[in-house]
Write a protein that binds this ligand. Structure first.
Ligand SMILES: [Zn+2]
Length: 706
């Protein structure tokens, strides 16, 4: 949930800069947690000076006093602690758990906790409706409507937009939803503002009926305009009094009214030799400004982009980036494309049913002498250490850099504390507090041993995203390469290595070059004309928000041989015994044509079947006699067959898919499938026409060392 790139903090800044390793924190603050400790005590004990919350790393000086581990001030313990003989002080939950949640009293409220308010906005332009997305979205919403988190106060509204804004009056006394069309989009006003957002329970029948009608309502429309900006402005006006969540479905380029965008992509110019891509920078500040307005009224805008063509995601995504929203992207969505529609369905279902925090802020404090700067993720920075988050969802993470400002030599522990104050969908104000303590050390050896390669790669990728947007892809790529070179040089100086041209890294970082090569080949940072602007923008965006485990799998996917599933001892998990096959290097050298392989790329999983596949495997897994009887496109699920191999493969696949918040779709392809490129582009270790193999890359790095 909360961790650091180093598991030992250097005792001063010069030791850190000597080691040349990035110091930063990663936090997944609202992650779904089973057995979350909730403290409902009437007093929330905090330091008088720095406002830190009582935590397991404070010093208890007596039964009456505690010393803050962030600013070292001595504070009084509240009477409740001293005189409540039922719980001894040492057993207090806030002194025993690194993550606790408090039920906040009224001092923590600026206004009474607001209800959950959901506004859904659908692009109904011709381009949009012809993809068939509206039917799918409405069907899924109908099925999941009861799972929307909330209570009896939950409100809902629905808007559709093409060149006009179509509002729907859902007042419970009406027999049918009533459509109100506003075609003057340049100065949008709300018709009948009191009946557009309604109580979900009271108007449920009308909402369900509207979701039934909506796809047919715009079926015959040939309107090619999309007044997205105006629709968002209308949503902002509607939610201004309460705050809440706006979900925008966007298919065509927003090309009408305020915030209209233009086609900026020339496929031949994508990431050309100059390595500068001006179109990655927003074309207008309209969406950022709107996001900031939304943010100050506790409104978050989430974006589902199902674009069939260029949709200028780099401009449009600002609306979510600065309002703490999330972005989903389904390139070339069409109802008949079962792989992409399955991905949309699984992600949209999760989106509707996952828990939600409203009116949130997150503050990060740290031990005196350290300072936190440069935050990564989707939020608005309200003051140096305070992030404004109109919404917080359980699938998003944040990163930040840490610097050492003063000597920490006389301390044993460096501590960090993140406090997330939010309103839950039951109308309760809550504070979730995460505390992290890391030993302070004085020797480079201890630092090098303590490095967390996964978190370092995660931080480097976020820094590279920033570099791409503020400078250029070329600069970002160079910075990634320099991360290996600088650390190698520093480490070699430390161990007094005389091997001038060899890449020698601390053993904790032995996978760093492989991950960096993966990043250089990633959709976000690769060169060449094959990557569309929107795909690149989305890939860049994902590095800032994806949980670390999934993010790493997108950089260096995990490859397993399914025909060798039982090579290692299986592992025992909560859900039973699960196969634990060895992970293979991402190289075609490791692929045998008579085998079946699984590639887990984080947000998508492939199963690949070789041309000369062993008929026994084919029979046991797919109930087929020969390779050619498999579909030449793809399959999306494994048949349930009654044999040991089939059952352990399915168990393995399910464990992988359910181990992350959003269940990734499965594509089963045969070697000659049309979709083989999507599979083979993940082979990071191999060279391609435009990229280096791992071996060539290491030679390249060595040359830079001299
Ligand atoms: Zn303090």
């Amino acid at each position: 949930i909360f961790c650091c790139t180093l598991n030992a903090i250097p005792h001063n800044g010069s030791l850190l800069s000597k080691c040349k390793v990035p110091l930063g924190l990663y936090i997944h603050p609202y992650k779904d947690i089973q057995n979350l400790t909730v403290v409902s005590s009437s007093v929330i004990t905090r330091c008088r000076v720095c406002r830190a919350y009582l935590n397991p790393f404070v010093t208890l000086l007596s039964n009456h006093k505690w010393k803050c581990n962030l600013c070292f001030r001595v504070n009084d313990l509240p009477n409740e602690f001293v005189y409540n003989s039922n719980i001894s002080i040492n057993k207090r939950p806030e002194l025993r758990n690194c993550t606790v949640e408090f039920i906040a009293p009224s001092e923590y409220m600026v206004r009474p906790p607001q209800p959950a308010v959901y506004l859904f906005m659908f692009d109904v332009s011709f381009t949009a409706t012809s993809t068939g997305y509206l039917e799918a979205a409405c069907r899924i919403m109908k099925e999941e409507l009861d799972k929307l988190p909330g209570d009896s106060r939950t409100m809902i509204g629905i808007i559709a937009f093409d060149s006009s804004i179509h509002f729907f009056n859902l007042k419970p006394s009406l027999p049918q939803p009533q459509m109100l069309v506003i075609s003057e989009v340049n100065d949008i006003f709300l018709p009948s503002p009191d009946d557009l957002l309604v109580n979900l329970q009271e108007s449920k029948e009308l909402v369900l009926s509207l979701l039934d009608q909506l796809p047919n309502l715009f079926d015959s429309s040939r309107n090619v305009h999309s007044a997205t900006g105006a629709a968002m402005q209308a949503g902002y006006k509607l939610l201004m009094p309460t705050g809440g969540r706006i979900t925008v479905f966007q298919v065509s380029l927003p090309n009408f009214g305020p915030g209209a965008l233009k086609m900026r992509e020339d496929p031949n110019q994508r990431a050309a030799a100059t390595k500068e891509i001006p179109q990655l920078v927003p074309a207008t500040d309209f969406y950022k400004k709107l996001a900031l307005d939304c943010c100050s009224h506790q409104i978050c805008i989430d974006l589902f982009s199902l674009a069939t063509q260029y949709a200028d995601l780099s401009s449009l995504s600002c609306v979510s980036k600065y309002s703490a929203g999330c972005i989903y992207y389904y390139c070339n969505y069409h109802r008949t494309n079962s792989a992409i529609s399955m991905k949309f369905e699984s992600e949209f279902r999760r989106y509707l049913s996952r828990s939600l925090g409203l009116e949130a802020v997150m503050r990060i404090r740290c031990t005196r002498g350290l300072s936190i700067h440069t935050f990564y993720g989707n939020f608005f920075v309200r003051s140096t250490d305070l992030l404004a988050l109109p919404n917080i969802n359980p699938d998003t993470s944040f990163g930040m850099q840490v610097s050492i400002e003063e000597s920490l030599s006389d301390l044993k522990l460096a501590c960090f504390q993140a406090a997330l104050l939010y309103t839950n969908t039951k109308g309760e104000r809550r504070i979730r507090v995460h505390t992290l303590a890391i030993p302070i050390v004085a020797s480079p050896d201890q630092i090098y041993r303590s490095l967390d390669c996964r978190l370092i790669v995660n931080l480097l990728s976020k820094m590279a995203v920033d570099r791409t947007l503020t400078a250029s892809i070329g600069d970002a790529r160079e910075a990634l390469l320099n991360a290996i070179i600088d650390t190698t040089k520093a480490f070699k100086a430390h161990i007094r290595s005389s091997q001038k041209s060899e890449v020698i890294l601390p053993s904790s970082l032995k996978l760093l070059p492989l991950y960096i090569l993966g990043l250089l080949k990633h959709t976000a940072f690769r060169l060449g004309t094959s990557t569309s602007l929107d795909a690149r923008t989305f890939a860049l965006h994902q590095f800032n928000t994806l949980p670390v485990k999934t993010a790493l799998l997108t950089i260096y996917p995990a490859l397993y041989a399914l025909h060798d599933l039982d090579k290692n001892e299986p592992i025992r998990t909560a859900s039973g015994i699960v196969p634990n096959p060895p992970q293979l290097p991402l190289s075609w050298e490791k692929i045998y044509k008579n085998g079946i392989y699984l590639l887990d790329a984080g947000t998508i999983i492939f199963i690949w079947i070789g041309k000369a596949v062993d008929p026994r495997l084919l029979n046991e897994l797919f109930d087929k006699d020969n390779f050619l009887s498999l579909p030449d496109t793809y399959m999306i699920s494994l048949p349930e067959l009654n044999n040991a191999l089939s059952s352990s493969v399915r168990k393995f696949v399910n464990t992988l898919r359910l181990s992350r918040p959003i269940c990734p779709p499965l594509y089963i392809i045969r070697e000659d499938s049309r979709f083989r490129k999507e599979f083979s582009q993940n082979f990071v270790n191999d060279r391609t026409e435009a990229t280096m193999s791992y071996f060539e890359f290491m030679v390249h790095v060595q040359k830079q060392l001299i």
